[in-house]
Write a protein that binds this ligand. Structure first.
Ligand code: ZN
Length: 284
């Protein structure tokens, strides 16, 4: 059988009867295992014996295949993808008001355990994309193992589904895919990047940053406004901007940046599976 790479695999099992038609299914022993998220070929061996000690054996080959992701569609020239990490936060409401005023759609990579989850619903209903960022945002936990990452990811996905009625297929690695904070688990990002894409998810990094990761930054609005103007791609290629919901200065600067960008011919779009892939160089 062939299955798509996924978080879980359910063995359809086997049935067995003795010569008299008695059911021996309960006695079947299974050898081998399928790692459901790792693309490859696996063999399951089912063995059973009747009361006379007669044995029978059958095998099943399970092929775990990658999910086919849709093709990227080139966006119009001068497209900007505003992306906001680590929310919902205190200012997400105001941010949504602002985006609504200019009819600008953006992308929110959310933290599952953050308060104010109803803002996820509002963002979704107003046409923004919602992606997984993390449930705990605690690097030591998330990057401890593949399974730890999955648990954190699935908890966040569930929060998104509760709020929007939909699962999401886009995500952003906590710390970005180029993070070095996961060095304590060598190779984890390299492995996860492949596994997650094989399971039909796509991650997005950024190619421009507002530099607002520190929410207590002393910088003011005009500082962030000039940062935002300077980081958009001047050659017309797509810009994915990283900002953080919790940073009021960076968010407020959008009051100036969005009108400037619209007047200068930029288009704002939310990310989805057909958006241009912006990946940083993985360090781990
Ligand atoms: Zn983050």
């Amino acid at each position: 059988m062939t299955v798509n790479a996924a978080f879980t695999f359910e063995d359809p099992g086997a049935t067995a009867q003795d010569a008299q038609g008695g059911d021996l299914t309960d006695r079947i022993a299974v050898e081998g295992a399928v790692i459901p998220y790792l693309v490859g070929e696996y063999t399951l061996t089912y063995t059973v014996a009747d009361d006379d000690g007669k044995q029978a054996q059958a095998t099943r080959t399970v092929t775990v295949a990658p999910v086919q992701l849709p093709e990227v569609i080139d966006p119009p020239p001068k497209t900007i993808y505003l992306t906001f990490d680590d929310g919902p936060a205190t200012f997400t409401d105001r941010l949504l008001d602002l985006l609504k005023r200019y009819d600008v759609k953006a992308t929110f990579f959310i933290v599952g355990r953050a308060p104010g989850q109803e803002l996820i619903r509002r963002a979704y209903e107003e046409g923004h994309s919602i992606g997984v960022h993390s449930y705990t945002h605690e690097f030591e936990t998330i990057y401890a193992s593949e399974e730890a990452f999955f648990a954190d990811f699935l908890a966040t996905e569930e929060v998104i589904r509760e709020q929007t009625g939909q699962y999401t297929a886009i995500f952003r690695f906590p710390g970005g895919s180029a993070n070095t904070i996961s060095f304590f688990n060598p190779g984890i990002i390299t492995r996860l990047a492949k596994i997650m894409e094989d399971m039909g998810y796509r991650y997005f990094d950024w190619n421009a940053s507002a530099g607002d990761a520190q929410s207590n930054s002393p910088a003011d609005i005009s500082h962030y406004y000039s940062v935002l103007r300077s980081i958009v791609k001047r050659d017309g290629s797509p810009t994915i901007i990283l900002q953080h919901d919790p940073n009021i200065f960076s968010i407020t600067a959008l009051h100036y940046f969005i009108p400037w960008a619209l007047e200068n011919g930029y288009t704002f779009l939310p990310l989805d599976l057909t958006s241009p892939i912006v990946h940083a160089t993985i360090n781990n």
